[in-house]
Write a protein that binds this ligand. Structure first.
Ligand SMILES: C[S@@+](CC[C@H](N)C(=O)[O-])C[C@H]1O[C@@H](n2cnc3c(N)ncnc32)[C@H](O)[C@@H]1O
Length: 298
């Protein structure tokens, strides 16, 4: 196995008709790479992991909501050496009620699949929260030295990237990120226009558990800052940004007023002087009219 994998020929196992299924050849490569004798998959979908394990003569423990197992609410029965996890890609492909009947799952197992299915979580924040809960729950079931390999992708909506790889919590030791080229996916038939870059890859994140008690965690934190409160931006960039929010030319007092009280001003002793100096030093960026009001140079 190398850090980029590509399986144009899907291989045998699972069901290619089950949307979002994965290539059995990936599972095969993982079995070879990590000499796996025992593999678990708690969102096994069409049973690709199970089929490959059978072909290879190794033990597997495979579950899914479609078989009456809810990873969000039910206990993981095993202690694990290797978990393959292929969660839904947000709500890009919906499972319960689409790939299988939610009513049947309710009748047979008493589970409200529409509530538990991660692919029904339309709000990205809620999806990430559920995904991270599942990640830690599975990681906790690993024996020291055990691994979890997570296959996931990115989504683009209205010009914004929603990246599972970025937002997923990474427990333990991050061992590898493998790029997997995508083939024969439903979106291949679509034509895209403009600046849209079609996504033709997925990621396989591999995390290893080294310690029984301590769980190192890496996670993405999203915040929003005002440029006037950040350390790195220069005075030029702060002033340009302030001027962009003003309706028309601004007097020095207007500019002082807009900056006063922010960290940029608090951190410079003679900050008013710095404002004046910056305005004069960049005639290509700032210009003043006869009354001494400032605007952005054309
Ligand atoms: C991307 S598919 C897995 C495809 C699989 N690797 C294959 O090759 O067929 C994701 C699966 O997660 C399952 N799932 C979603 N939420 C779940 C939950 N809370 N508990 C268990 N399975 C869940 C869905 O039913 C779906 O089958």
């Amino acid at each position: 196995m190398q850090s980029i994998v590509s399986y144009p020929d899907r291989g045998v196992g699972g069901k290619s008709s089950y949307r979002g299924n994965c290539s059995p050849r990936l599972i095969n490569d993982l079995i070879d790479q990590f000499s796996i004798q025992d593999i678990s998959d708690y969102m096994c979908g069409s049973g690709t992991t199970e089929d490959v394990a059978r072909q290879r003569g190794i033990t597997s423990h495979c579950y899914d909501l479609n078989r009456g197992f809810d990873l969000l609410t039910m206990d993981i029965p095993e202690r694990n050496q290797f978990i393959f996890w292929h969660p839904p890609y947000g709500d890009m492909v919906v499972y319960a009620g689409s790939q299988y009947s939610a009513e049947e799952i309710k009748e047979k197992y008493g589970i409200d699949a529409l509530k538990s299915d991660l692919s029904h979580m339309k709000d990205w924040g809620r999806f990430v929260e559920a995904m991270n809960y599942c990640m830690i729950k599975q990681f906790a079931s690993l024996e020291p030295g055990g691994r979890i390999a997570v296959l996931m992708g990115d989504m683009k909506r209205k010009g914004k990237l929603y990246s599972m790889l970025f937002d997923i919590v990474k427990p333990g030791t991050m061992e590898n990120i493998v790029i997997k080229a995508q083939h024969n996916c439903w979106s291949d038939t679509r034509t895209y226009s403009g600046k849209f870059i079609p996504i033709v890859h997925e990621y396989l994140l591999i995390c290893r558990k080294d310690e029984p008690l301590l769980v190192p965690l890496r996670m993405t934190v999203s915040t929003q800052s005002d440029i006037r409160d950040l350390k790195a931006p220069t005075w030029k960039d702060v002033l340009v940004s302030v001027l962009r929010t003003m309706n028309g030319p601004a007097t020095l007092n207007d500019l002082y007023h807009a900056i006063e009280g922010h960290k940029k001003a608090e951190n410079a002793k003679f900050w008013r002087g710095k404002v004046r100096q910056t305005l004069y030093v960049y005639p290509n960026v700032f210009s003043s009219d006869k009354c001494g009001a400032w605007k952005l140079a054309a």
